[in-house]
Design a protein around this ligand. Structure first.
Ligand SMILES: [Zn+2]
Length: 423
């Protein structure tokens, strides 16, 4: 019996990884070279390892237009978020880029991936923003990202030629979809519920994960921690990952029921469309269920609180089921986390989110297991010292001096001039 829910989106896990051999360096040395920014580097890695299956590269105009208009690829498969590689008109002209060329994308001054250029095109960014984000307001971070794309998009298949090294502490948590699927199989996890997180888990997150485990009769909960572009005030990546893992280590989840992993992704905050994207990526990781809470992947007040729940009603079966949660909070009468419609003390509710947890972490409030576990707080403080330059929240110092999540192995020696590389 074929269990559809376990196959990747599009049926086949894309893998486009071909590490360069010694003899290849001369061949690629002739390719035009394009240094890419962090976002594009992460997306090359995701494409190559199949996180974005069935995408094999950056989208061409037909796929992009179809995604914008009808949330499907040209092939008909559901896809909700544009994955594009942008260049300026001047860069395209300077490189003399044309269809059929192979270019070497470089990152951290090292080869990263080869892009086989298919089409070079423009697309109406306002229309794109309106379709994907439902707004053209530049205050929306996803819209802003769209508007800052250069004017040309270059499509084509991507092959990773220099797999990056994942640095500690992330190396223990980063698994490719193939590796993760193997891990899930070894654990006998047939039903796996994904929890997307960019947070240090407080009592409410723990309660929701446990509830989702029950609701989906899951073998295990896969925490898929989004680590990517950071802005001041976010939790540092290390704290997110290590505190989630602590929940298992400290036994709040029994060994074999909870696993922490990472996804290198720059949030688009596309609300319902991003929820669909999250579902597809976690399906590719081997998950059968995905948790969606209130205002999933939203920002500001651009989306209805439960738009990310309803969007799935209008889509065909994606092979991954939603586990939907409504509003939840701490109830002092029940003495526990509770749920909209569950207990009768709504007027007593204490929101767990945001400011309270921050006050605890910043030392102004005593932690309690009903809000934030002392063990979690301890790891947060360790992470602040070890990785965060004294703070568990992103500050300029962290942005400038942190150890990157991924580093490129040196394939090409540095230039021999006297420059330091810092200027
Ligand atoms: Zn209550």
């Amino acid at each position: 019996m074929v269990d559809n829910s376990l196959s990747p989106h599009g049926g086949v896990l894309v893998e486009r990884v071909a590490p360069l051999q010694a003899g290849d360096l001369d061949r690629i040395a002739r390719f035009p070279r394009i240094p890419v920014r962090d976002q594009i580097a992460r997306e090359c890695v995701n494409i190559a390892y199949g996180f974005f299956s069935p995408l094999e590269g950056f989208m061409g105009p037909a796929d992009l237009d179809s995604v914008a208009r009808s949330m499907t690829l040209e092939s008909g498969y559901i896809w909700s978020i544009p994955i594009v590689f942008d260049l300026s008109e001047a860069e395209v002209a300077q490189l003399g880029l044309k269809s059929g060329d192979s270019v070497l994308l470089t990152y951290q001054q090292q080869p990263l991936a080869v892009l086989e250029v298919e089409e070079i095109y423009s697309y109406d960014k306002e229309f794109l923003a309106q379709q994907v984000y439902g707004t053209t307001d530049e205050a929306h971070p996803g819209v802003q990202r769209t508007f800052t794309y250069q004017d040309k998009f270059v499509s084509g298949k991507v092959t990773l030629v220099n797999p990056p090294t994942i640095n500690p502490p992330f190396d223990r948590y980063w698994q490719t979809p193939r590796q993760l699927r193997r891990t899930l199989a070894e654990n006998d996890w047939n039903r796996v519920v994904a929890h997307q997180s960019r947070n240090v888990p407080h009592a409410g997150h723990e309660w929701l994960m446990k509830g989702a485990w029950f609701a989906s009769e899951a073998d295990g909960v896969l925490v898929s921690a989004v680590i990517g572009e950071k802005k001041p005030g976010d939790y540092i990546d290390e704290a997110i990952v290590l505190t989630h893992d602590l929940l298992r280590e400290a036994g709040f989840f029994r060994e074999g029921t909870h696993l922490t992993s990472t996804l290198m992704w720059d949030m688009r905050y596309a609300g319902p469309r991003e929820a669909v994207f999250h579902a597809l990526v976690r399906k590719n990781l081997g998950c059968t269920h995905h948790m969606f809470g209130r205002d999933h992947a939203g920002v500001g007040s651009y989306y209805d609180t439960y738009a990310a729940h309803r969007i799935f009603d209008d889509l065909p079966d994606l092979g991954i089921k939603s586990v939907l949660t409504l509003e939840w909070w701490y109830c002092p009468v029940c003495g526990s986390v509770t749920y909209e419609g569950l207990c009768g003390h709504r007027e007593e509710k204490q929101d767990l989110a945001g400011t309270l947890i921050r006050r605890i972490i910043q030392g102004g409030e005593e932690p309690a297991p009903t809000t934030l576990r002392a063990e979690v707080l301890e790891v947060v403080r360790e992470c602040a010292e070890k990785y965060g330059f004294g703070s568990p929240f992103v500050e300029d110092n962290y942005l400038q001096n942190r150890t990157p999540v991924m580093s490129m192995p040196t394939l090409e020696e540095d230039c021999t001039c006297t420059c330091t590389g810092n200027d």
